[in-house]
Design a protein around this ligand. Structure first.
Ligand code: SF4
Length: 243
């Protein structure tokens, strides 16, 4: 159980967990308020934001930077990212004044043992995501007791019901954009004049790794281009316990 919001043992009647109580209190809170509460709850040294520097990432990074630009930002550089995403990361660091972006790479030893020919994305994408995303993220988050991410309910699928605050038993996970609409995100981009991800102009509504991202048609969901043609819809970083 997370040590920060530990639930006391109070007898047979099941009480809502402290995380559930805080989630309820934050249900209608604006994203900046959620980030402020995350900071107050665990302190900056125990809090990180995880960003893919994808097509909607600048909005959450902007809200975070307005609250505290020194919150550590963890970026998973999987070895399969588009050059445009790496350039976008650098653009947003400069534009938003982000002070502590940590680009995390997979273990070279694991790559040479499990994916020496760089074909695991095709033969076993779950294993590829494990060694290139899930395990590196778990290592990167070790010093932290809580993390912030940018999932939205409007993205559907496994994300349609996410609360504002989750406790996976290892870490707290704050979802400041859980309630936010696509229109509100677009408004943040417009108001702050945030630069778009360079690949949006060529038809990518959601950008991840090169082999597993494709353009989307006008009538498709934003994430339809991810792992196209496969049953896979999540890489595992949100479905795996973080320690
Ligand atoms: S998204 Fe694709 S390339 Fe990236 S880690 Fe997962 S399977 Fe591998």
């Amino acid at each position: 159980m997370n040590a920060i919001l530990q639930q006391p043992l109070t007898g047979a009647v099941a009480e809502p967990s402290p995380a559930a109580v805080l989630d309820r209190a934050l249900r209608d809170a604006p994203p900046a308020k959620v980030i402020e509460v995350a900071l107050q709850t665990v302190g900056r040294e125990h809090l990180a934001l995880v960003s893919s520097f994808g097509t909607e990432s600048a909005a959450l990074l902007k809200v975070m930077a307005d609250v505290d630009p020194a919150i550590p930002v963890v970026f998973l550089d999987t070895g399969w990212l588009f050059e445009e995403t790496l350039a976008y990361r650098d653009t947003l660091i400069a534009t938003l004044g982000l002070r502590d972006v940590r680009s995390i790479k997979p273990s070279e030893e694991t790559l040479s043992q499990e994916d020496p020919d760089r074909e695991l994305w095709f033969s076993n994408p779950d294993a590829c995501c494990r060694i290139r995303k899930v395990e590196p993220l778990a290592r990167a988050l070790k010093p932290f007791s809580a993390w912030i991410n940018g999932r939205k309910r409007f993205q559907g699928g496994a994300r349609a019901e996410i609360p504002v605050l989750e406790d996976d038993g290892a870490k707290l996970k704050f979802n400041p954009f859980a309630n936010v609409s696509r229109e509100e995100i677009e408004a943040i981009y417009q108001l702050a004049k945030l630069p778009p991800h360079p690949l949006v102009a060529s038809g990518y509504l959601s950008v991840g790794c090169m082999p597993c991202s494709s353009r989307t048609a006008l009538d498709e969901d934003a994430r339809a281009g991810r792992w196209r043609g496969r049953a896979k819809t999540e890489c595992g970083i949100h479905t795996t316990k973080t320690s």
